[in-house]
Design a protein around this ligand. Structure first.
Ligand code: ZN
Length: 392
């Protein structure tokens, strides 16, 4: 937490709770650093070991499946231990955990199955495309229009798959959380009042059982194609005042009233650049083939090992993804300020500030991170900045 603190957040932590916050931060940081190091060590040792050479004896798709499974087992084991330790040791110690071990295992398993299905689908699709692209394009001797048609076709296919997985992840969420309709009619009336003026109607307002896993408080607007939903953690209903709850919902309504700004259009520009980049790659596909050949010779591969190529591609595009995520975080923070302005307009500014303070204390939130860290990592503004904005 960057010092000195602004006056508006000075009353959040007393000395004892601040000490707990420091302990909690330190333990979480150590754990995530350890996880990063172990992940990197595993990837490095797999690349240096004869694993990929061995796996290259199999057919392209067999070697892909073996690699996915081996990497996933390691990854699952590591994240199981880390998440388990974080939940049942660290969060338990600070009174933030409410999860049972049975529930934890159940949810971990569901997540694992979901990410396995998703990895297999996308890895196999990309491998299939890369294996056959030379044949489909008659060694890239295609007219411009045919090539664009092909890129469009592949693009649409990937987009459809993304939609399917978005809906599937929503389905997985309904298996992990229990969503119940909001019963309180007075509250429902007030929420609908807040929602007047939203372009698209929200019919589904649900409460979910966060109290069975943690003391955390969250609310969200789910915007899927053809489906909109507001979700509220039951912790809000159990522990907060009526007006604080309406403050949160005024914020969510603010998201639904969002007006597009210049930064929303920059995303289209980024997508356009991405498409141009893919077209460029198509025209210079021999570079990709040369790189693959180079890797094959260096490792003494019998067949193509796509999993290793994907690791290399992942490392190469990581810096670009990082920049995109910094921009995405900036956009997200602006939209949070915009949604908070709706709270002030509805007259719940003071209530939301009171809620932020309680919530930060209970959940040991870093209310004043270093501005640089906030800039690159935070998709919500820091509590200090949000309170200052609400007061203005
Ligand atoms: Zn928000």
């Amino acid at each position: 937490m960057k010092k000195p603190l602004n006056d508006v957040v000075k009353d959040i932590y007393d000395e004892g709770r601040y000490k707990q916050f420091m302990d909690y931060e330190k333990q979480c940081r150590t754990l995530s650093l350890l996880q990063l190091i172990l992940e990197a060590l595993f990837t490095c040792s797999m690349v240096c070991s004869p694993f990929f050479e061995w796996v290259s004896q199999f057919s392209v798709y067999q070697s892909l499946l073996i690699s996915i499974v081996v990497f996933m087992i390691w990854d699952a084991a590591l994240s199981f231990i880390m998440q388990y330790y974080k939940t049942f040791v660290i969060e338990e110690r600070f009174g933030m955990n409410k999860m049972t071990k049975r529930k934890f295992n159940h949810e971990f398993l569901i997540d694992l199955v979901f990410s396995f299905i998703m990895s297999v689908t996308f890895y196999f699709l990309f491998t299939y495309i890369l294996e056959n692209i030379t044949y489909w394009t008659h060694a890239f001797q295609l007219s411009f229009y045919k090539l664009m048609g092909m890129i469009l076709g592949i693009g649409i296919l990937i987009l459809c798959l993304v939609f399917i997985f978005v809906y599937l992840s929503f389905y997985v969420m309904t298996k992990q959380y229990t969503f119940t309709s909001l019963e309180n009619t007075e509250l429902l009336d007030d929420i609908h009042k807040l929602l007047t003026g939203c372009k698209k109607k929200v019919k589904s307002i649900k409460v979910y059982d966060e109290s069975k896993r943690s003391n955390s408080k969250n609310a969200f607007v789910l915007k899927l194609p053809f489906f909109r939903m507001i979700g509220i953690a039951d912790n809000f209903l159990n522990e907060n005042s009526y007006n604080e709850l309406l403050g949160v919902l005024a914020h969510e309504a603010g998201h639904l009233k969002h007006k597009r700004k210049w930064y929303n259009h920059v995303m289209y520009f980024i997508i356009l650049v991405l498409i141009l980049f893919i077209v460029f790659i198509f025209y210079h596909f021999q570079w990709i083939q040369m790189s693959m050949e180079y890797i094959n010779q260096s490792f003494g591969f019998v067949n193509n090992v796509y999993y290793l190529y994907f690791i290399v591609i992942d490392m190469l595009i990581e810096p670009i993804l990082f920049l995109v995520s910094v921009f995405h975080n900036y956009v997200s923070r602006q939209e949070e300020y915009e949604a908070d302005r709706n709270v002030v307009q509805e007259g719940y500014g003071k209530d939301l500030i009171a809620l932020f303070k309680k919530l930060s204390r209970d959940e040991l939130v870093d209310v004043n991170p270093h501005p640089f860290i906030e800039f690159i990592e935070y998709d919500h503004p820091s509590i200090t900045h949000r309170i200052l904005a609400l007061l203005n």
